[in-house]
Design a protein around this ligand. Structure first.
Ligand SMILES: Cc1ncc(COP(=O)(O)O)c(C=O)c1O
Length: 414
């Protein structure tokens, strides 16, 4: 059952949302680049640094306490991804670093001439690490291309490029540029049927919709807690048998078993504790007998609100002559996108617009936002990329209206 989502009670938990500058509120529409954090995250982080500040594996009180919070967070992240076991959760610095690392480890399985499939819709963090690996090993790179009219992958986007020697599909679950949510379950099934490993970038999906790795059928899913109301912390899920058999680049004294063989060096215990806090925050909005169920139902509740404000934003933007939304706009397709809305406006440079919004204390990003492939594919790389408005569950109708009014003023003032 989906519970009604109470935006006011969510906002009250974020100290950053109450900050004003010269009496003006801050409008956080920079969420795809990083979200604000609730008190629960701050509390967990501070408590870890105050009472649990020690390295892991000893006998005294603080080392035991640090180990406890790290274990709790492994389990919470397993619930967040609906993973079968906490041993499948690998903590790392961020998604990019985890992917650079895991791509090296997986590279031990690949041979010269093997093929990997990458996507033209992806953030560079799930492209460049594999391109570098391909260069090192002599792998052949094949590209899954999207339709620049619909901002979606055609039905046969993957089957067109899958071959007998395909060893990997690396793709995103949702785009940080167009906002499209991809049918990754279908593409995963196709790749697995061809015998390939599947590595999914969930960074932009995770702040908006539930992830069920047991249902998806992929091999790796990775995201970053700072995109979903937590601290700067990367979290990778990998199938336990695969983590066990995959070579881990590590120092000799580090454990041989997953997840430890991939968690190189001393972890950010405070980041991990804060991540636990973010999951506790999300969970409160859901119902159900298990934490995984509460998390899934919380995302459903938040999505209802997100879809309403996204539709309001899209309808408002469509009223501006010369403005092109670079993503899905249909009112009945809000579930096929995240609330990240990128657009271009004839005669207005994205960077200039971002500066004008900043003057009104409205925080947005402009440019390619590391989505090199899709921005190039849409022919926007030498035009300043896009202006990106990224909503989250704590944003409101009033904030959307403030952005639309600011845009009206920008156009009036030329
Ligand atoms: C879709 C996507 N993937 C990967 C990343 C990289 O994440 P991180 O900063 O955790 O390395 C981002 C960051 O914006 C992203 O949007």
């Amino acid at each position: 059952m989906t519970t009604a989502f109470d935006v006011a009670s969510s906002r009250a938990q974020f100290p950053a949302l109450a900050i004003t500058d010269e009496g003006r509120p801050r409008v956080y529409f920079d969420n795809p680049a990083g979200t604000q954090v609730p008190q629960q995250v701050i509390g967990r982080t501070v408590e870890c640094l105050t009472a649990r500040n020690a390295n892991l594996g000893g006998y005294f009180r603080t080392t035991v306490a640090a180990g406890e919070v790290v274990d709790l967070a492994h389990q919470a992240c397993a619930d967040f991804y609906n993973a079968a076991s906490a041993a499948e959760i690998v903590f790392g610095q961020n998604m990019t670093t985890l992917t650079l690392h895991m791509s090296r480890c997986l590279g031990k399985r690949f041979r010269k001439g093997d093929e990997i499939v990458l996507s033209r819709m992806d953030h560079d963090a799930n492209v460049a690490p594999w391109l570098l690996l391909a260069e090192d090993l002599g792998l052949v790179v094949r590209w899954m291309d999207f339709d620049t009219g619909t901002y979606e992958f055609p039905e046969d986007a993957l089957t067109r490029v899958l071959g007998e020697r395909t060893v990997l599909l690396a793709m995103g679950m949702a785009s940080n540029c167009t906002g499209t949510v991809h049918d990754v379950k279908r593409f995963t099934a196709q790749a697995k049927a061809a015998g390939a490993l599947v590595y999914l970038d969930a960074v932009q999906h995770a702040p908006h919709y539930a992830i069920d790795v047991q249902d998806l059928g992929a091999d790796f899913v990775v995201s970053s807690a700072y995109k979903w109301f937590g601290p700067h912390q990367g979290i990778l899920w990998g199938r336990e048998d695969l983590l066990k058999e995959t070579f881990g680049y590590k120092v000799r004294p580090a454990g041989e078993e997953p997840p430890h063989k991939f968690e190189t060096g001393t972890l950010s215990h405070e980041g991990i504790a804060g991540t636990l806090g973010a999951i506790e925050y999300i969970e409160q909005f859901g119902t159900g007998g298990t934490r995984a169920k509460r998390i899934a139902s919380a995302w459903d509740a938040m999505a209802g609100h997100e879809h309403r404000i996204t539709q309001r934003l899209i309808e408002g933007l469509r009223g501006f002559r010369g403005l092109t939304i670079r993503g899905i706009t249909s009112a009945n397709a809000m579930h096929r996108r995240v609330p990240t809305v990128s657009f271009t406006l004839e005669g207005h440079h994205p960077q200039q617009m971002a500066q004008d919004f900043a003057r009104d204390n409205i925080f947005v990003w402009s440019g390619h936002n590391y989505a090199i492939e899709p921005v190039t594919r849409m022919g926007l790389m030498d035009k300043g990329g896009v202006l990106r408005v990224g909503l989250a569950h704590y944003n409101t109708e009033a904030e959307v209206d403030a952005l639309l009014s600011c845009l009206t003023r920008q156009i009036r003032n030329g």
